[in-house]
Design a protein around this ligand. Structure first.
Ligand code: SF4
Ligand code: SF4
Length: 148
């Protein structure tokens, strides 16, 4: 049986970046969960805030989490892989340990990226996950974009 995704006990990237995408990607999502962003783009509601947190994220960061629109999640969410730089920065911001040892990724400095990112972010929640402590981080006035 494969290892559970580290995303099921994390969610940090969903509460760090502005998750923006071409407006057409918003169409399958509930209108209440997206916000227009200029003429051509939209973003996940909540991620445009100074302290971003996607309104589609259920659970506690660092505890048991789930994306409530997993099948419809936009491309930035599909593309972000556990262990990559944006993942690690998001985890650090929320006081979570870096990925690597536990999931066997190569985290050598100098550009060493994940060896073989195993899974998409945020599949179904792990019911017996033990919540980890959450350290709130100061958000910038405008969250950095996850894409664009
Ligand atoms: S991609 Fe990284 S930061 Fe995002 S939920 Fe997964 S482990 Fe956490
Ligand atoms: S994976 Fe889901 S909860 Fe996380 S930012 Fe994307 S839409 Fe929001």
């Amino acid at each position: 049986m494969s290892e559970p995704s580290p995303c099921t006990t994390c969610g940090a990237c969903c509460a760090t970046y502005r998750v923006s995408f071409y407006w057409a990607e918003a169409e399958p999502l509930p209108a209440t969960l997206t916000r227009p962003l200029g003429r051509w783009y939209a973003c996940m509601a909540g991620t445009e805030q100074p302290r971003p947190r996607c309104e589609a994220l259920a659970g506690d960061i660092g505890g048991s989490v789930a994306c409530t629109v997993y099948e419809q999640r936009p491309s930035p969410c599909r593309e972000l892989q556990p262990g990559e730089d944006k993942c690690q920065r998001a985890r650090r911001r929320h006081g979570l340990p870096p990925l690597g040892i536990e999931v066997g990724l190569d985290l050598s400095i100098d550009g060493g990226g994940p060896g073989d990112p195993p899974t998409d972010p945020l599949p179904a929640p792990m019911p017996n996950a033990v919540p980890l402590p959450v350290v709130a981080a100061e958000g910038p006035s405008d969250p950095p974009p996850l894409a664009h």
